[in-house]
Design a protein. Sequence first.
Lengths: 156, 171
Amino acid sequence: MGLLSIFTGLCIIVSLIVNRHKTWAGVKKGALMFFRLLPTLVLMLALVSIVLYLIPEEKLSEYMGAGSGIAGWMTAALFGSVALIPGFIAYPLCGILIKSGVAYSVIAVFITTLMMTGFLTLPLEARFFGWRVSIIRNIVSLAAALLIGLIMGFFL
Amino acid sequence: MKDVKKYIFPVIFLILIGLSWLFDFASGEQIGLNFWMFFKEMILFLPLMFILIGLFDVWVPREKIEKHISKESGWKGTGLVILLATLQAGPLYSAFPFAYILWKKGCSIRNVFIYLGAFSTIKIPMLTFEIGFLGLKFSLLRTLITMPVFILIGYLMEWYLKDKDFEVKQP
């Protein structure tokens, strides 16, 4: 975060020195895009906060820890696709799950769906790629995550 | 009319959260806290990213990078977008605006989706976290298995979209 602010600041300063006009145009363009996306972003974060309230973290580990085999896989894929947990929370959680006996392949499915698919971010994704392509990308990624988990299961 | 519709749900949500605080409705307050946590993270991070994207757009001419990442760029282009993605940080939704700008600068459909795949699964800042909590073996294996899979997804999306007039829209 700090790094990004410094980097952005430096870019703006260098850009200002070279050409004030162009800098203004670029910053305006970026800001405009951000403000046009803002309502969709707020909607997405609202959905995320409601889902996170309905499925708290402790419940998450309980369900995935209890279900091994197919049930565990499906739970992991489902939670991973719906949830939007930042990495710095997700990885410690996975560490705990491993210690409580969840299989590595289930963790791989959870991590991969968590990262590659986002059903709650669909409204946002659709603004860029359209609904049809966004839905296809998410479904293909979900299938890919299951495949990755399956292969991981062979090795670990 | 379409613009008004866009604002209705967010506004209703915020009003409901406000009412929850007023009347001490616990579930609503908790959802409000969750929302604030995510909103804080986003509002600090995304505007900076959009400014960078705006600057990138005005300073980098399409001709300069098109030949490196376009349809004709082959494996070099794919390698380039993967490298670019692994060096970034942030949640998946912050990759969409960058995917748009790559597309605008002439990136091929395949490379746009490979970029998204690499961004979501093998960012280096995130890998360090993963190795710390799940071990080097897990992380290495997952990376090696995931990479061909998302490259395949890139080819699949390109094949599916090749005569469908697909474009990445400016939001």
